[in-house]
Design a protein around this ligand. Sequence first.
Ligand SMILES: Nc1ncnc2c1ncn2[C@@H]1O[C@H](COP(=O)(O)OP(=O)(O)OP(=O)(O)O)[C@@H](O)[C@H]1O
Length: 303
Amino acid sequence: MNLPVIEASGLIKRYRDLTAVNSIHFSVPKGELFGFLGPNGAGKTTTMKMVQCVSPRTDGTLRVFGMDPDTSGREIRKRIGVVPQETNLDPDLSVFDNLSMYARFFDISSQDADFRAQELLEFFELETKRDTIIEKLSGGMKRRLLLARALINRPELLILDEPTIGLDPQARHHIWEKLIKLRADGHTIVLTTHYLDEAARLCDRLVIMDVGSILVEGSPDFLVSHYIGMDIVETENTPEVALFLEKAGIPYEKGGEMIQVRTTDPGKIADALRDTFQSIRVIIRPGSLEDVFLLLTGRRIRD
Ligand SMILES: Nc1ncnc2c1ncn2[C@@H]1O[C@H](COP(=O)(O)OP(=O)(O)OP(=O)(O)O)[C@@H](O)[C@H]1O
C-alpha cells in the first residue's frame, strides 16, 4: 500500500498557554484533494504551517512523505508547493519574473525555469500579463499567479491556505476550475477554507475543525447525509415560532436569524408554519455542510 502523503496523530501545537491545535489525527493519501473547513481561529493555518515545516509541533506525530518535519524539513519543503493566505508576490518584478526568480530557490536551471514559467502562465491564462507588474493585476490574477508559483518546483503536494479568500464569485470559480484540473492530473492538494461551498465543491474528503479540534471527517456527501440526512425547513427565528415548535414537539436549531428544522416531512411543517403565522418566510432546502457545522457546534461558521 502507498504511504500517505501526510499522516498526523495526536498532533498538538501550543502558543504559550493557548492550544491552537489540540491533538488532531488525519491522513491524506496520494492524489486526494483534502480540506480543512472551519471558522477563523480554528487552527487550520497552524496545522498547515506544521505540515510545511515552518512551525515545529509541540507534541504528537507528524509525517510528510513518511518523513519527520523536525528532522527532514528541508527535504520535505523541496517537495511541496505552498499558496499562503496573504499575497506575497514580489511587487518589483513582472509576472514572468516572479515565477522564474522563485525557481532559483529550488536550484532549477534558468532554461528550465523559463520553460516551466511559460507553461504555467499558459495553464493559468496569464500569458497576456507576462510582462505586467504585480500591482496591475486583479485579485483573481494574483491568486492564479501564486498558484503558478507554488507549482514551479513540480511539487508532489500542494498546500493552499484559503485559496479564494476575498475574491469575487467569478474569480473564485476560475480558481476552482484550475484546482479541479490539477486534481484530475493527479496532484495531491490540501486546502483550508471557511467557505462551505468551496469545501463541498472541491474536496474529496475534509475535516471540520473548531477551536483546535477536528470534529468530523468524511466526504462532503457523507457528512451531509450522515449528520443531516433529511431536508431542512428554514424559517424566521422569533420567540413565537420557537414556542410553536416546542408546543408541537418539533426539535429545532437556532442559527442567527433563522430557525431550522430537520425533517423527513418538510411540506407538513412548512404548511403548519404558514397556516399559523401570516406572511412568515419559510423555505425548504436540502441539507448542507453549513447545517453539519451548526449541528455540531451550535454556531454558524461565519460569525
Ligand atoms: N504565532 C502565533 N502566536 C500566538 N497565537 C497564535 C499564533 N498563530 C496563531 N495563533 C492563534 O492560534 C489559533 C489558531 O489560529 P490559526 O491561524 O491556525 O486559525 P485558522 O483556522 O487558520 O484561522 P484563520 O483563517 O483566521 O487564520 C488562534 O487563536 C490564533 O490567534
